[in-house]
Every structure is written in structure tokens, then in C-alpha cells.
Write a protein that binds this ligand. Structure first.
Ligand code: ZN
Length: 301
């Protein structure tokens, strides 16, 4: 059994450590006032299509061509592959192993079996064959490719530079951060996030601020559903379970809905991210298409 790791300071006054049964969580090592910047970080990679460089369009268009070729299974979605293919192009196989495959990739039981994983790796093979990705990317086993896709889905934020709803590339792809991926979800988060384009470095910066006074030793949380927090507890839990794979046991959910019927970690390390633009900010988080709820008035999905 692995030895528990000592807390690591990931920013001044912010510690990340293993919580038995819950994975990694981040805690305040000092008091923060409302509005204080708690964490600020550049992206480790960007698969968002709507960036000034538009450099991810080629891969996205290749995936759209796959979709239209009908060679793939009916449930094939380009967005489920875009992040992994861009990560392989930009970070290489070793970089993906070092930075992304160490992140949580969800419940192992949700991963495809080796045979299905090989089928689902078809877009990777074709991008290599067509020269969009370098041949060295073929060194990534299909099962690892499936884990990579899941890690990106669970840890990515959505980002749009200028695109509006209906524009090509709108809400497509994601942005990942290393340290910020240690922040877990709560339905009463004490942090806000804000994504902005850093033109000097041609990257996305995520600024995490305290949305309320935070005391030393408090867990630091963002919301993966920042614009859906008004939903009833059952709906919040259902969306978190469906898209991030955990039963929310945050203090608010426990108060409003009691303990969930299944035994899962109180605050799962599994996911990250929110699904929509953060209230009161320009932030965006992942907005998986089928999260769209025509009855939700406070979201932009
Ligand atoms: Zn909750």
C-alpha cells in the first residue's frame, strides 16, 4: 500500500493533499478574504477551437470528417476525442503520461475494455495515418488513449475567446490546468474561477478568487455547475453523477438531500470543472452537450 503523501504547497497558502477515501483535495493554509486571488495558473494545454491562433481547427475538422464518414459507431462525438488528440500533438506521449494520465480518469469500471478501446482509438490511428499527428503518437496504447480522453473530460474547463453560440468552434474543446485540477467540487463553493486569454504568452490563464472569507484549514472548492446551483439537490446530484461520476456529498447536498443511497467518497476527486459561464465573471467551464437543459434559464449551454 502506498504511503500517504505529505501535503504539497501548490500556491502560497494553498495545500494539496491526499484525503483517505476521497483522493486529492486542496485546503487553505491561511485565511483568505473575499476577492483574494487564491491561485492563478497558465494552461498546460488548450484544445479549445476558438482561440486567436485557431491551431486546433485542423484536428477538429478531421474529427468532423470522421463523423460524416459514418465509419464510426453511432455514439462517436468529435468533442470526446479532440482534447486527447491535441494533447498528444502538443505534449507528446511522454508529456501526456507525465501531466495528464496521472490525473484522475474516473471510475476504472467506466473505461472501455481493451477491444472496445481499440475500436475507439480509430480517430487517433487515422490522424497519425494522415499526418496530422506524428507517428510517435502510435506508442500510446489504446487503453491509455481512453484514459487520456476521460482525464481531459473530467479535468477540463471550457473556453471561448470570441465565438458566440452558433459559430464554428463555439464551446468546443477544453483547457486544462495542473494545480487547479486539485480543486474539488462543492454546491456551496468558496472559490470563483475566471478564464482569460494571455496574449503575451498565447495561453489561457485561470484566476481563482475567494468568493467568501476562507479560514485556515477549510477545503477549497469550486463548483462544476456554477450556473446550475439553483437546481434542486436531486438534479444537481444527477448531473454531477452523470458527467463527473460521483454522488455529491457536499454539506449543502447532505443538508438538502441527506446522504446518497450509495457509498462513494464525500467529495470525489474524480472530476473538475463547471459546465457553464460562471456567474458574475467571464469564466467558462466544461459544458458537455447533453448537459443542455432547455428549461434551465440560468445557463448558456
Ligand atoms: Zn453538492
Amino acid at each position: 500500500m502506498a504511503e500517504p503523501q505529505a501535503p504539497a504547497e501548490i500556491a502560497p497558502g494553498v495545500l494539496a493533499c491526499e484525503v483517505p477515501g476521497c483522493g486529492v483535495a486542496a485546503f487553505a493554509a491561511k485565511d483568505f478574504q473575499r476577492g483574494d486571488i487564491v491561485l492563478q495558473e497558465q494552461a498546460i494545454f488548450i484544445s479549445a477551437v476558438d482561440t486567436p491562433s485557431r491551431r486546433n481547427e485542423e484536428i477538429y475538422k478531421a474529427l468532423l470528417a470522421e463523423l460524416h464518414s459514418r465509419r464510426l459507431t453511432a455514439d462517436f462525438t468529435p468533442n470526446a476525442h479532440l482534447g486527447a488528440l491535441v494533447a498528444l500533438r502538443d505534449l507528446g506521449v511522454q508529456g501526456c503520461k507525465d501531466f495528464l494520465l496521472k490525473k484522475c480518469h474516473g471510475d476504472p469500471e467506466q473505461l472501455p475494455n481493451p477491444r472496445l478501446a481499440r475500436q475507439e482509438a480509430a480517430p487517433l490511428r487515422r490522424c497519425i495515418a494522415s499526418g496530422i499527428l506524428p507517428p510517435a503518437c502510435a506508442a500510446l496504447p489504446a487503453v491509455e488513449y481512453a484514459k487520456l480522453r476521460m482525464a481531459i473530460q473530467l479535468n477540463g474547463f471550457r473556453f471561448n475567446f470570441n465565438a458566440q453560440e452558433g459559430d464554428f468552434g463555439y464551446d468546443t474543446g477544453e483547457v486544462l490546468f495542473d494545480k487547479i485540477s486539485r480543486l474539488n467540487h462543492s454546491c456551496t463553493p468558496n472559490l470563483d474561477f475566471n478564464l482569460s486569454w494571455d496574449a503575451d504568452n498565447e495561453t489561457v490563464v485561470n484566476t481563482i478568487t475567494a468568493s467568501t472569507p476562507i479560514r485556515t484549514n477549510e477545503e477549497l472548492n469550486i463548483s462544476y455547475l456554477p450556473l446550475r446551483l439553483k437546481l434542486p439537490v436531486e438534479e444537481r446530484r444527477a448531473q454531477l453523477l452523470k458527467h463527473w461520476g460521483f454522488h455529491c456529498r457536499c454539506s449543502r447536498c447532505l443538508l438538502e438531500g441527506g446522504a446518497p443511497c450509495v457509498a462513494t467518497p464525500a467529495v470525489s476527486r474524480i472530476p473538475h470543472r463547471s459546465d457553464t459561464r460562471s456567474e458574475g465573471s467571464d469564466s467558462e467551464g466544461i459544458c458537455w452537450e447533453d448537459l443542455c437543459d432547455p428549461d434551465a434559464t440560468d445557463t448558456k449551454c
